[in-house]
Design a protein around this ligand. Sequence first.
Ligand code: C5P
Length: 215
Amino acid sequence: NVPVITLDGPSASGKGTIARLVSQALGFHYLDSGALYRLVALAAMKRNTDVSDEHSMVDIARHLNVSFRDSSIWLEGKDVSDEVRAEACGEYASRIAQYSALRVELLGYQRDFRKSPGLVTDGRDMGSVIFPDATLKIYLTASEEERALRRHKQLMEKGINASIADLIQALRARDERDSSRSTSPLQQCEDACLLDTTGLSIDQVVSRVLNMYAE
Ligand code: C5P
């Protein structure tokens, strides 16, 4: 069976950065599952689709013309790497992520990323729903303050200024929505190892994950 490492957790917990680095260290494939929800959101926003239109979301997902090239993401032949990471897109993504028909539509697409020699993936339900038989499941988290500071740093690097208080509010609202929805809510599954990254450097977290995998 092809090995899979899943990293689930709340927004800005560092899942994406860690998952990418772990995949590089092991020479494994990488799937950013949040990007799929963000891509459907972006395509829907471009078409002015109403966020409550579940049927259209499924249709958009079914015909999604995307490609992942190194660290860039393309939608309908255009590099949307920055657009897809915008807060508005994440916000819209978390609204449509509650639609079970959309989640079902994206299920097979995500499972197809499991290819030799292995896969590292991050999201909210990777260990619980998409890859329940994963080799290693990690639930990654960090304190609210630290997550807000990390998000702040990311935004500053892009020249965007935001107040820490506003960022904490936004993170809280998103976590609340992601954890309270009825389909595939964000939660630590029984067989996932908890990894609290508060106060740890990126390198320290990466080596902890690699050690857990080697054990
Ligand atoms: O992780 P990221 O912030 O890119 O994800 C955007 C949104 O997509 C999340 O807030 C969540 O609602 C949704 N998502 C999900 N299941 C996943 C990954 C992301 O519901 N596996």
